[in-house]
Design a protein around this ligand. Structure first.
Ligand SMILES: [Zn+2]
Length: 220
């Protein structure tokens, strides 16, 4: 649905449903790209958020390529916003999957807090379980441009940049750790307001929260 496919002969002509099965690395039990996209799109379809494509990743496969969109969802409510960026590194599936588990909570939170959510920033890496380091620099530049462009309506006041470095721990537990952090968002946001957080380029007081949960941390 969200993934487009073209074969070599139609290269450059995006469109049509994929005619190939899109396989996602599954040895660690992660959800497929299709499953993730289907869930994320509910932020737009069921919670009324605005959706846009930040950019697309080309993922070459045999006899053709997949075009994988990187979606961003934002609330209709404008103002200093809570940003969530997840799935930058393809071998860290816990963030993208934890977001699925708390999707409806986040959707509801958007009724009171301006928010932007980029749930899966590196779908190609996720699909392949690789972080595609060489491509990431370019992608990070695209992200910076996007943040600046979107900051006219949703300037980031607090950013949750979800990573993970818990290889060796079952994915289910890693997801649970991030889910726990995500569930504290209303409280984290409230505290950021009390501190009078402002966008970092104005006064250097922006709040950045990275949900790298230390190995064996208290949330396990
Ligand atoms: Zn990471």
């Amino acid at each position: 649905m969200a993934i487009e496919y073209f074969d070599d002969e139609e290269a450059g002509e995006y469109g049509g449903a994929p005619s190939v099965e899109v396989k996602t690395y599954s040895e660690d039990g992660r959800g497929s790209l299709d499953e993730l996209y289907t869930e994320y799109l509910r932020l737009a379809d069921e919670h009324g958020w605005e959706m846009e494509t930040v950019f697309c990743q080309r993922d070459d496969i045999e006899d053709g390529a997949l075009i994988l969109p990187v979606f961003s969802f934002r609330t209709k409510r404008h103002g200093p916003a809570l940003w969530i960026v997840s799935g930058i590194h393809g071998d860290e599936p816990e963030g993208p999957m934890a977001l699925v588990e708390v999707l409806d909570r986040i959707g509801a939170l958007g009724n009171t807090i301006p928010m932007v959510v980029v749930p899966l920033y590196n779908p190609k890496g996720y699909r392949r379980n690789s972080d595609s380091q060489s491509r990431l620099q370019q992608n990070e530049d695209v992200l910076k441009e996007y943040v600046l462009r979107r900051s006219d309506t949703h300037p980031p006041q607090m950013t949750l940049n979800i990573h993970g470095d818990m290889s060796g721990i079952p994915l289910e537990k890693r997801i649970a750790a991030h889910r726990a952090v995500l569930q504290t968002l209303p409280e984290l946001w409230k505290r950021a307001q009390q501190r009078g957080g402002t966008p970092p380029w104005r006064e250097g007081k922006g709040t950045s929260v990275v949900t790298d949960v230390p190995r064996g941390g208290g949330l396990m």
